[in-house]
Design a protein around this ligand. Structure first.
Ligand SMILES: [Mg+2]
Length: 294
């Protein structure tokens, strides 16, 4: 049994729905459609008693793009732990790119960031290379950058606050830096932060990292560790946008790619292409009247 929970663009909704039903039937898939939750919910549920998940997803994507979608293979449950990437997922920026601007090397650094996010460059070498380029930047530049350039992604506060109100533990896990992630986590209400730490000496960056590296495998193991603490089979939610989020998205019960790079989007159970982060609350079946005030 596969269930797609979908938020389509209301402008081409009916046409796409008819097209999708025909296209799915052409591939031998007979679906049941339902509008769910409360009357205000934009979610459409499309159930497929049996069939190929890849083809199901491909047809829905073709017919509804851009859409917000979550594909389930069991009944929907609220997650007990939420683990999220930070840069370009919980905040609208890539911290290291913004920091590079202060150092006057934005283009140099952004080029390496982009290659790393596309999965073309090993994460750790890319990170160390970029951090070395930031050597001698003052600690004050980090604070200024945070104050003037870093802002939560639309819907981030409501998403975290609502999940917490529903009893879900929240963890921010980032290949970026504690110097940014700690204040961001505090503002958004995350319970725990895992990230990299820029080494600082005499008020300036040394160009090195202090402590172990948080990379894609650490993101995945943080999720698994959190799930195991809650007990076998605890439902988890992960969100991310880049290549280093893929292993974490793959092991989560619900891995949702947010405005993501193609490889991360392809690895996830679902995606947010058009809404803000509160679309995840709709996909999880939490009606708007139950959303926490952020
Ligand atoms: Mg990211």
């Amino acid at each position: 049994m596969l269930i797609a929970r979908l938020i389509a663009d209301p402008d081409n909704y009916s046409a796409s729905l008819d097209d999708a039903t025909v296209a799915l039937e052409r591939e031998g898939m007979r679906v049941a459609l339902a509008r769910l939750d409360d009357a205000n919910s934009p979610v459409l549920q499309i159930s497929l008693p049996e069939g190929d998940a890849t083809a199901f997803r491909r047809v829905l994507d073709e017919k509804f793009q851009p859409s917000d979608l979550l594909i389930l293979n069991a009944e929907l449950e609220l997650p007990r732990v939420f683990v999220s990437d930070m840069d370009s997922t919980m905040i609208g920026q890539e911290c290291i790119d913004e920091l590079a601007d202060f150092a006057g090397i934005k283009h140099q650094i952004a080029a390496i960031t982009e290659r790393a996010m596309q999965g073309e460059l090993d994460f750790e070498s890319a990170l160390r290379e970029r951090v070395m380029l930031l050597r001698d930047l003052s600690e004050g530049a980090i604070l200024e950058c945070l104050d003037t350039r870093i802002a939560p992604m639309p819907g981030a506060k409501t998403l975290v606050a609502t999940l917490k109100a529903k009893g879900c533990r929240t963890v921010l896990v980032t290949g970026g830096f504690h110097q940014f992630a700690d204040p961001v986590a505090k503002e958004l209400g995350f319970d725990r932060v895992v990230g990299n730490r820029l080494a600082i000496s005499d008020g300036a960056l040394t160009g090195e990292l202090a402590g172990p590296i948080t990379d894609s495998s650490v993101k995945k193991s943080v999720l698994l560790e959190e799930v195991s603490q809650l007990g076998e089979g605890a439902v988890s939610l992960a969100t991310g946008d880049g290549a280093n989020d893929i292993p974490m998205l793959e092991v989560a019960t619900y891995g949702i790619a947010y405005r993501a790079k193609p490889k991360a989007r392809a690895a996830a159970n679902g995606w947010i292409d058009r809404g803000d982060l509160t679309a995840i609350l709709h996909l999880l079946g939490i009606p708007e009247k139950e959303w926490a005030k952020a």
